[in-house]
Design a protein around this ligand. Structure first.
Ligand code: CP
Length: 293
């Protein structure tokens, strides 16, 4: 049984196949590919994009979605996660999509079900479909010529599952990654690191800004995120007329991560990432449910 708990579950060839399907799915037409299949979503953390993107993908493939509302589930009565999963698994879904605040949960449950598990984000660990849609957005923008493109990831990298998954995936496809942010947001990995955006902004093709993950901080780091923004908010003064594309997985903290003016700039691909995400998730669901061997 093939699952998608991290980007490492897919080979480069499999990812290029996913991109090929996703490109077709960008037409947003409904397809009968998963007619009568049942997809269960369980989100223990809030979500706007990932949950609605998966639901859109399921509906465009003519499958049915069973959304467990955690706030009304028996988790509040003390039911363990494994018991919740065992009960949902007994209803014979064709896939289970899970988001959880703890790293490793998707890998933990995959041995207890009879269907593919799709990780929609687990703690700081991984967010594989986000990284796939990010790479697909870059791949589409540069017409597939992505080898040696230079990407700067800015923000709370240490606490970001989006960063973890992108660092694994983008390096595998030959992109050159640099990191920028305050030292306390830097992971202990061997990549070029900067604490001043002016030192690294001139020599990049792609800038990926990330949200400060305050919900994952053990203690409050900034009295106000404006202190962070004074050094790391992406604004017109920094970008000038540079020929780069700007990305962000969302949700954006406006005027903290990215300035209002730059969010409306034509170099911003943030809403294109969201559109591409539905196509990527259709493609991933198709692969895991129809071609799983
Ligand atoms: N990018 C992302 O995971 O956004 P949500 O938290 O809204 O799903």
């Amino acid at each position: 049984m093939k699952h998608l708990t991290s980007t490492k579950d897919l080979t480069n060839d499999e990812i290029l196949e996913i991109f090929k399907d996703a490109k077709e799915f960008l037409d947003e037409k409904p397809r009968d590919l998963l007619d009568n299949k049942l997809i269960t979503t369980i989100f223990f953390e809030n979500s706007t994009r990932t949950l609605s993107s998966f639901e859109s993908a399921v509906k465009r493939l003519k499958a049915n979605v069973l959304k467990l509302d955690i706030s009304k589930s028996s988790s509040s009565k003390g039911e363990t996660l494994l018991d919740t999963i065992a009960n949902l698994n007994s209803m014979s879904p064709n896939a289970i999509i899970i988001r959880h605040m703890h790293s490793g949960i998707a890998d933990y449950i995959k041995n207890h079900v009879n269907c593919p598990i799709l990780n929609a984000g687990d703690g700081k660990h991984a967010h594989p479909t986000q990284a796939l849609l990010d790479l697909f957005t870059i791949y589409e923008h540069f017409n597939g010529n992505i080898k040696n493109k230079k990407i700067l990831i800015v923000g709370d990298i240490k606490n970001s599952r989006v960063a973890t998954s992108n660092i694994e995936l983008l390096q595998r496809f030959g992109l050159k990654i640099s990191l920028a942010g305050p030292v306390h947001f830097m992971p202990n990995i061997n990549l070029p690191k900067y604490t001043n955006l002016n030192d690294c902004i001139d020599d990049i093709d792609i800038l990926m800004s990330l949200r400060t993950q305050t919900e994952r901080h053990q203690k409050s780091i900034y009295a106000s995120l404006k202190d962070y923004a004074s050094d790391f908010c992406i604004n017109k003064k920094l970008l000038k007329d540079k020929n780069i594309i700007l990305m962000h997985p969302g949700p954006v903290n406006r005027n903290i991560d990215i300035d209002d003016e730059i969010l409306n700039d034509q170099r911003s691909l943030i809403l294109k990432q969201v559109k591409n995400g539905v196509a990527i998730r259709m493609s991933v669901l198709k692969k895991l449910i129809l071609n799983n061997n």
